[in-house]
Design a protein around this ligand. Structure first.
Ligand code: KIV
Ligand code: ZN
Length: 523
């Protein structure tokens, strides 16, 4: 069976559409907000990865959200750009329609809750009113795009009879994709498979649309539920990089795609994702949001392909398939991690950046190269992870404040003293401050140079690689008026790394202050 789709034309039955919602469901979870420039970088990387649809944001939520969806719509060339809207929201569809207007390929995604619990307590609406809003919302959306998706929020907890009526109404009024979210991550794989089978059997017109799965991970079942939804006939999956999203997150794109690729005997589907780019996109997101993935995270975690035990190492050396079900290279890990030295030139450095998946403007390459030269003088061997840490640090958002230099006098005999220079909006300022140890002195110096109310909520230090000359990677969490932001820094000097992380967190707070918070996602 094939479907004629407004954005994709004729689609084979085994082709799965990858719908990425990192910039919407992912971005709306606490601590994961991104600025315009960061969203644009992510959107370009997702297009390059081969994602079919990017949900770029919720345009009515704030002027910032509107602007970022619009800029992404202007920028992307191939990927369908989608804007979210409430079916019953007064300005929602109009805002989404205007924001996606510049896109070469565009979609509006409207949603409304359909479960008894949500209709009664959240919407305070009768089921008939919900049906009316589905109809009017989809008709309005069709005025802006031929490609219209409709979602039954809390769909997995909706009464089957009513869910069928909602889906039939959505299709009759122009929906071309029907999404059934497991909004609260409550469903099991069997239940998700059964819901899609039921809808495809019972709803008139079901054969003309694509069914879509959107699973949250509250019970750790998001990926399993997504794969069994495919078995039930869903052919679009909604997912995020690193599985970020509301509460416990969404189904992780990299896990679903690699499950499909690795177990073709079970999941005989195709998709357009270029899997060797998965690691670099995962790292870009971790860098932008300052949230590293856990070391044992499937596919992209630091330990995902590490073999520690002697028995495993022995097996791997004899035949990698003894303990590896996919090759590290197939998801972007490179074999050699020993790289450039202090005699390496700009061309080699640029080559290395490209092989690690970075696409940087010339000025940024130059800045990163200058830091690489300093690092290569300090460190015997510079590994790929060192280069990543350095470039990630250099490309972090430093819109207002930049680290310039730090000098320290420290030891066990007297209080430490830090002399710090920061560039604040183009103005280089410095302070010399004493403290209870070098980190305390350096952080007090930041307060002196740039007075602020935020307090330190977390400070943690790890090493990028091994050895005493390894770079330190630091996380600093600041709190201001109930808002938390995480900043990251890396440097061969632990205290410089801490200062860089603190400055990064301060920059994020400053950006947050001028940004309107997205409105609650309720109809
Ligand atoms: O989880 C959910 O129900 C959603 C909808 C808005 C699609 O994110
Ligand atoms: Zn969701």
């Amino acid at each position: 069976m094939t479907i004629d789709h407004p954005s994709f034309g004729r689609i084979d039955d085994n082709r799965v559409i990858i719908f990425d919602t990192t910039l919407r469901d992912g971005e709306q979870s606490p601590g994961f907000s991104m600025n315009l420039d960061e969203k644009l970088r992510m959107a370009k990387a997702l297009e390059d990865l081969g994602v079919d649809v990017i949900e770029a944001g919720f345009p009515v939520a704030s002027p910032g959200d509107f602007e970022s969806v619009r800029r992404i719509a202007e920028t992307l060339k191939e990927t369908v750009v989608c804007g979210l809207a409430r079916s019953g929201g007064k300005r929602d569809i109009e805002a989404a329609g205007e924001a996606i207007a510049p896109a070469r390929r565009r979609r509006i995604h409207s949603f409304i809750s359909t479960s008894p619990l949500h209709m009664k307590y959240k919407l305070r609406m009768e089921p008939e009113t919900v049906l009316d809003l589905i109809a009017s919302g989809n008709q309005a959306a069709r005025r802006y795009a031929d490609d219209v998706e409709w979602s039954a929020e809390d769909g997995s907890r909706t009464e089957p009879e009513f869910l069928c009526r909602c889906v039939e109404t959505a299709i009759r009024n122009g929906a071309t994709t029907i999404n059934i979210p497991d909004t609260v991550g409550y469903a099991t794989p069997d239940e998700m498979r059964a819901i899609f089978n039921m809808l495809r059997e019972r709803v008139p017109g079901a054969e003309k649309v694509i069914f879509s799965a959107h699973n949250h991970n509250d019970l750790g079942l998001a990926v399993a539920n997504t794969l069994s939804s495919l078995d039930g006939g869903a052919r679009q999956i909604e997912c995020t990089i690193n599985g970020i999203g509301e509460r416990a997150g969404n189904a992780a794109l990299e896990e679903i795609v690699m499950a499909i690729r690795t177990r073709q005997d079970k999941f005989a589907y195709t998709n357009g994702i270029q899997t060797p780019k998965l690691l670099s996109v995962s790292r870009m997101l971790a860098n932008i949001t300052s949230f590293d993935v856990q070391p044992n995270k499937a596919i992209v975690g630091r330990n995902a392909f590490a073999h520690e035990s002697g028995i495993h190492q022995d097996g791997i050396l004899k035949n990698a398939q003894t303990y590896e079900i996919m090759t590290p290279e197939s998801v972007g890990w490179t074999k050699t991690s020993l790289v450039l030295g202090k005699h390496s030139g700009r061309a080699a450095f640029r080559d290395k950046l490209a092989s690690l998946g970075y696409q940087l403007e010339d000025a940024m390459v130059q800045q990163a190269f200058e830091r690489f030269k300093i690092l290569a003088d300090q460190k015997k061997t510079v590994f790929d992870d060192d280069i990543r840490a350095l470039v990630d640090d250099e490309t972090r958002d430093h819109e207002h404040i930049r680290f310039v230099s730090l000098e320290l006098i420290a030891g066990s005999k007297r209080p430490a003293q830090a002399t710090l220079e920061l560039n604040v909006d183009g103005d280089v300022r410095f302070a010399t401050v004493a403290g209870n140890g070098p980190v305390d002195a350096a952080f007090r110096a930041i307060q002196e140079v740039f007075p602020h109310e935020a307090s330190l909520a977390l400070f943690s230090v790890g090493a990028v690689t091994e050895g005493t000359d390894a770079q330190a990677r630091t996380t600093v969490r600041l709190e201001e008026a109930g808002k938390l932001v995480d900043g990251q820094g890396a440097d061969a000097d632990t205290v410089v790394s801490a200062v860089r992380a603190y400055v990064h967190a301060l920059n994020k707070l400053l950006v947050k202050r001028v940004r309107t918070e997205p409105a609650a996602l309720s109809a």
